[in-house]
Design a protein around this ligand. Structure first.
Ligand SMILES: Nc1ncnc2c1ncn2[C@@H]1O[C@H](COP(=O)(O)OP(=O)(O)O)[C@@H](O)[C@H]1O
Ligand SMILES: Cc1cn([C@H]2C[C@H](O)[C@@H](COP(=O)(O)OP(=O)(O)O)O2)c(=O)[nH]c1=O
Length: 216
């Protein structure tokens, strides 16, 4: 994917159980990155999964609202991802832009693997098929106790298919996220999302400024 004339951009994913506060911080991160990158003629591309493309958004609608077999759910998540990589992530990185995605493959491991119990070997096979050479340069994992996430969700919105799941489901998702953070410590940074929004923003500034040094 890297070409010898243009440095590849960076790929940052955001993860966490529903209600952890991930969406709250995406706009802040995008603005912080854009302020530096635009001076270097690069853009921040902000996207999400499932979704991020016209087809992916149609799949998202199905995934968030229709009941389906667990393996169908996993396959559609990866179908959405395949399209997202082809249309948004790979071309963005090749242009030298920085791509930030609200969720990527760690979410499939956490939700379809941890939460729903799909065999990890099947998830790994899908990952190998769909993106054998692509991984985020950085994954920000927003981690909170389950009761905090639940209280935040209940206070704010109508719940979709995943958000209506029980505590055990989210406990298993969270455990899988934390297991992956321990497995890939060089890529996944765990953010204590039970802190205040201002404190989390301070932490994010420290992480992003270090990452931005490569282009200064
Ligand atoms: N650190 C925080 N402290 C208090 N409330 C928060 C914090 N982070 C997010 N929230 C609130 O919790 C709710 C869910 O946050 P959101 O970012 O939508 O979660 P997610 O995208 O992880 O599902 C929102 O109302 C948001 O304002
Ligand atoms: C990307 C992905 C998301 N999901 C789930 C997690 C979320 O509950 C849901 C949508 O994610 P998200 O966009 O974070 O939800 P919201 O906009 O409500 O904050 O999809 C999976 O189960 N597997 C996946 O691979």
């Amino acid at each position: 994917m890297t070409d010898s004339t243009a440095p590849r951009g960076k790929f940052i994913s955001f993860e966490g159980i529903d209600g952890a506060g991930k969406s709250t911080h995406i706009a802040f991160v995008a603005a912080r990155l854009a302020a530096t990158l635009e001076a270097h003629g690069k853009r921040v591309v902000s996207s999400r999964e499932p979704g991020g493309t016209t087809l992916g958004e149609k799949l998202r609608e199905l995934l968030l609202h229709e009941k389906m077999h667990l393996e169908t759910e996993a396959l559609l998540m990866f179908a959405s991802r395949r399209e997202h990589i082809a249309q948004v992530i790979a071309p963005g990185l090749e242009r030298g832009d920085w791509v930030i995605s609200d969720r990527f493959t760690d979410a499939s491991f956490a939700y379809q693997g941890g939460g729903r119990g799909l065999d990890r070997a099947k998830m790994e096979a899908l990952e190998q098929w769909v993106h054998p050479h692509l991984q985020p340069d950085l994954t920000l994992l927003f981690d909170v106790p389950l009761d905090v996430a639940r209280a935040r969700l209940d206070a704010t919105r109508t719940l979709d298919k995943f958000e209506q799941e029980k505590t055990d489901f989210f406990a298993a998702c969270r455990n899988e996220y934390l297991r992956r953070a321990a497995q890939f410590p060089e890529r996944i940074v765990v953010i204590d999302s039970s802190k205040s929004i201002a404190e989390i923003q301070d932490t994010l500034v420290g992480i992003l400024d270090k990452l931005l040094q490569v282009i200064d």
